[in-house]
Write a protein that binds this ligand. Structure first.
Ligand code: HEM
Length: 450
C-alpha cells in the first residue's frame, strides 16, 4: 500500500484561492509539479519566494554559504513571543555564541549520559500503551506524551507526572492549537510593513509558558549554586562557558533555549514516531522483522545496543523521509543571487522543502513508496547524501538530530517488541502541516499484545 500523500492543487489558481488553500494546509496548497521541478518561483504583489529542490543549490544555501542566507525574519516574528532570542531564531554572532554553548551538551559522549533518562521514558510510554491492549488508540497523543516526557527527564530530570511539567505540557498543547504553522508568514502575500497580528490567546499562552519555564530554570540555578543540581542537559548547558568569551547563559537566555528545546524537540519527535508506527502497522512484514530484531536484543538494551537496531533505524529514516516533521524551511537572500539562470533580488525568500525533495521524482526510485531497504541501494545511498534533510544540514543542522535518532529508534523498537499494531482500513490518516506534519484527524491503530 502506498502511504498517504496529500492531494496537490491544480497548477494555476488565483492568489486569493492560493491564500485560502494555504491557510488550510501548506502541503496540499502546492502544485504537483514541485515534485519534479528543480526550482519554482512564487510571485506575490509584495515579495518573491523561490522553492529550490536542486541538490547543489540546497547545498549552496545550507552548507557552502549559510551566512549569506540567514533565517527569514518573516518566520521569526510569529514565534518571537514564545521563543524570544532562542537559537532557532537568531542569526550571526549571537547564534554562533549560542551554538558554542549548546552543542557540547548534545555530542556523542553526552548522549550516552542522557540515555538512562530516555530509557525510563520509553519504558513508561510502553507501559501506558500496554495498558490499552485490545483497544483502538489515537497514536499521536501517545507519542506526544512520550516525547514530552523524554524532554523533561533529559533536560530537568523530572518525569511528565511532575506538577510543573504537566502545566508546561498542557500550556504547549493549548499554544499549538492557537498558532498557525511555522512557515505561514513567509509565504503570505502581506507587505513587510503591515503589522502582524498575533491572536490574543497565542500571546497569553506564550507568556504563561515562559513563566513556567522561568520557574524551572531559576530553581535549577539555585540548585547549581548550592552544589546539588542533577547531572542533566539543563545543568550541563547552564554551567558551560562560551569557549571564546567565557560567558554563560543568563536565566533569561536559558529560558529562550529551554522553550525551543521543548518545542523543537517534542513536536517533531512525536510526529516522526507516530508516522513510523503507522507505516509498520500498514506493512506487517516490516513490523514482524522489527519485532524479531527487538526481541533478539533482550529486555534492557543499553546505549551501545541502539546501533544494533539496524532495521528499526532504516524504518525510522524512511518515516522521516516520507513525513519529514519539519516540511519546509525558509531563508532570505542578503544580496542579489543567480540560481538556474534566474535573478533573485536581495530580500527574496528561499524555501527549502524536505517534503518535496524527499519525494522528488527525478531523484528517488519509488519516491512515494515505503521501502526501508532502499538505504542499502545505490540510489538510496546517493539520495541520503544529496537529497535527504529531515534535520536540515550544514552549520544550522538540528542540534537534537543525534538525540532524536536514538530516541526514535529505541521507542519504535521497544513498542514493537511487546505490541502488535494494526491499521484500520476506514481510517487512513491525511497528512497536513500544522506546526509539524501531522494527521488531520489523528492516527488510529488497534493495539494488541504480541
Ligand atoms: C525527529 C525529530 C526532529 C526533527 C525532524 C528535527 C528537525 C529540525 C530541523 C529541520 C531543524 C532546522 C530548522 C530550520 O533551519 O528552519 C531543526 C532545528 C533545531 N532543532 Fe530539531 N528536530 C528534531 C528533534 C529535535 C530535538 C530532540 C531537539 C532538542 C532536544 C531539537 C532541537 C533543535 C534546535 C535547538 C534547532 C535550532 C538549531 C539552529 O537553528 O541552530 N530538535 N530541527
Amino acid at each position: 500500500m502506498t502511504p498517504p500523500k496529500p492531494r496537490s492543487r491544480p497548477d494555476k489558481v488565483s492568489l486569493r484561492r492560493y491564500v485560502k488553500l494555504f491557510r488550510e494546509d501548506i502541503l496540499s496548497a502546492q502544485p504537483a509539479r514541485l515534485y519534479r521541478a528543480w526550482m519554482a518561483e512564487f510571485k506575490t504583489p509584495f515579495f518573491r519566494s523561490y522553492l529550490i529542490n536542486q541538490p547543489d543549490l540546497v547545498k549552496t544555501v545550507l552548507k557552502d554559504r549559510p551566512l549569506d542566507f540567514p533565517k527569514s525574519g518573516r518566520i521569526s516574528e510569529g514565534l518571537r513571543p514564545l521563543l524570544g532570542d532562542s537559537v532557532f531564531l537568531t542569526n550571526g554572532a549571537l547564534w554562533q555564541k549560542q551554538r558554542r554553548i549548546i552543542d557540547p551538551a548534545f555530542e556523542g559522549g553526552r548522549l550516552r549520559e542522557t540515555y538512562p533518562a530516555m530509557w525510563e521514558a520509553a519504558q513508561a510510554a510502553l507501559a501506558r500503551l500496554s495498558a490499552r491492549t485490545g483497544e483502538v488508540v489515537e497514536i499521536e497523543e501517545q507519542t506526544s506524551h512520550a516525547a514530552a516526557d523524554i524532554i523533561f527527564r533529559t533536560l530537568f530530570s523530572i518525569p511528565i507526572e511532575d506538577a510543573l511539567a504537566q502545566k508546561v505540557f498542557h500550556e504547549f498543547r493549548a499554544y499549538q492549537r492557537t498558532q498557525p504553522i511555522l512557515n505561514l508568514a513567509a509565504f503570505l502575500p502581506l507587505p513587510p510593513w503591515m503589522p502582524r497580528f498575533f491572536r490574543a490567546d497565542t500571546k497569553a499562552a506564550a507568556k504563561r509558558i515562559r513563566g513556567l519555564i522561568t520557574e524551572l530554570t531559576e530553581r535549577r540555578r539555585a540548585e547549581i549554586a548550592a552544589g546539588r543540581a542533577p547531572d542533566d542537559l539543563a545543568t550541563n548547558i547552564m554551567t558551560t562557558r562560551d569557549p571564546e568569551t567565557g560567558e554563560r547563559f543568563s536565566t533569561e537566555e536559558m529560558v529562550d533555549q529551554v522553550a525551543i528545546f521543548f518545542l523543537a524537540g517534542h513536536e517533531t519527535s512525536a510526529s516522526a514516531l507516530a508516522w513510523a508506527l503507522y507505516l509498520v502497522a500498514t506493512h506487517p512484514e516490516w513490523q514482524e522483522r522489527l519485532a524479531e530484531e527487538a526481541q533478539a536484543l533482550g529486555d534492557a538494551p543499553d546505549f551501545a545496543d541502539i546501533s544494533k537496531l539496524k532495521l528499526s533505524r532504516d524504518v525510522f529514516r524512511e518515516a522521516l523521509r516520507l513525513y519529514p516533521p519539519v516540511p519546509m524551511m525558509v531563508r532570505e537572500t542578503t544580496c542579489p543571487e543567480r540560481f538556474r539562470d534566474r535573478d533573485l533580488p536581495k530580500g527574496a525568500q528561499v524555501v527549502l522543502s524536505p517534503w518535496h525533495q524527499h519525494r522528488h521524482e527525478r531523484l528517488w526510485d519509488n519516491p512515494d513508496g515505503f521501502d526501508p531497504a532502499r538505504w542499502g541501494t545505490e540510489n538510496g545511498r546517493q539520495c541520503m547524501r544529496e537529497a535527504y534533510m529531515p534535520f536540515s544540514a550544514g552549520p544550522r543542522v538540528c542540534t537534537g538530530a543525534g538525540f532524536a535518532m536514538v530516541e526514535g529508534v529505541l521507542m519504535l523498537s521497544l513498542i514493537l517488541r511487546d505490541l502488535k499494531l494494526t491499521a484500520l482500513p476506514d481510517k487512513v490518516p491525511e497528512p497536513v502541516a500544522f506546526l509539524t506534519v501531522r494527521a488531520r484527524d489523528g492516527i488510529h491503530l488497534a493495539v494488541d499484545r504480541r
